[in-house]
Design a protein around this ligand. Sequence first.
Ligand SMILES: *[C@@H]1O[C@H](CO)[C@@H](O)[C@H](O)[C@H]1NC(C)=O
Ligand SMILES: *[C@@H]1O[C@H](CO)[C@@H](O)[C@H](O)[C@H]1NC(C)=O
Length: 353
Amino acid sequence: MASHHPPITSRIVALLVLTLSFFSVTLAAKVRPNAADPTVIKVNNTYYSAESDGGAIWVRESATLEGLGAPGVRRERVWSDTANRGDVWAPEIVTDLGRTYIHFSAGRNAAHRMYVISADNPLGRYSAETKLALPDDQWAIDGLFFVFEGQGWFVWSGWESEAKNQEQTLYICRMDGPSEPVGPRFVISQPREPWEQGDSPRINEGPQAIVDPDGQLHIVYSANGSWDNKYCLADLRLRRGGDPTDVWDWYKSNGCLFGSHQDRMMRGWDATLFIDGPGHHTFVLQDGEVHKSPGGSEHIPFMFHGVDKGTEYNWGNRAWYTGSFVWWGETTYSRANVPGEGTNMGYSFKFFE
Ligand SMILES: *[C@@H]1O[C@H](CO)[C@@H](O)[C@H](O)[C@H]1NC(C)=O
Ligand SMILES: *[C@@H]1O[C@H](CO)[C@@H](O)[C@H](O)[C@H]1NC(C)=O
């Protein structure tokens, strides 16, 4: 099983997995040109995606992941910004107890806040939007609801305050269902490692939750600016038995795990060959449930956005791509000068274009 080989053979295994994967999965299919921030779930045997476009939110339905971008795919407008709330960004589609929820950010400049709409099925009639009463009521984008070990959580990218907006930090809070935040917010990640920052503003965003084959929770997020090809994916792994609200129970990968610049990658991880600045992914989970990721050594499809290398990196040139990942075992993340153990070993990810 690829995930249990020691690091010294990891490149050979990666090559083998990559070679085998040519026969088992479609690699790096460009699904939709001129599209960003994919979010996809699988309900029964059907894929549903959500996107914002023209002050509205649209849901697509397809029997295959790649088919979500096919001409003639079923695409329905499920919500419009009739209240003129402003820019509508990065919807995230999930289900909870059989109901479908889409969380999204809307607003202008510092007024961005998270909203939620819901329906009894992914293409059903959605409710009017409700503003999420997130603790401290600050700028918030890219919010994701998930349930881990029976407790609801919301994770998002936000500012400490309007005055302290030099960092987009990842926050978490408990939820009493997809629409009801409870209690305070807690920082789980700040963009302070050399490989994830540059000038101001420093950015951690697009958090996506998933549980590994050992039952440990991960938040894989995007670092650097979404307008720049240094954009990449990195991992936060909650230590075994850890408390999601304790920042020191989260261990961060020592570099990007999926990115196009080798100098920003974690040691032993290779930069992409074909796609620039990959980021803001979705794990395409069954019903959006973090406990339902396939394990084993198989290639697991996922979706992300990026730009073909050789093409100028800008918001308009981004596209949705399918790729795959494998769970990569016995991976140590290390840190210094903070409370708690300096190292932590567990599953990580190898991502493939
Ligand atoms: C999925 O299957 C269940 C059980 O057959 C059904 O009740 C539900 O409506 C289906 N969901 C969708 C979105 O088709
Ligand atoms: C992204 O990285 C580049 C290269 O280090 C840096 O110049 C830029 O400021 C960074 N952007 C952000 C938003 O961190």
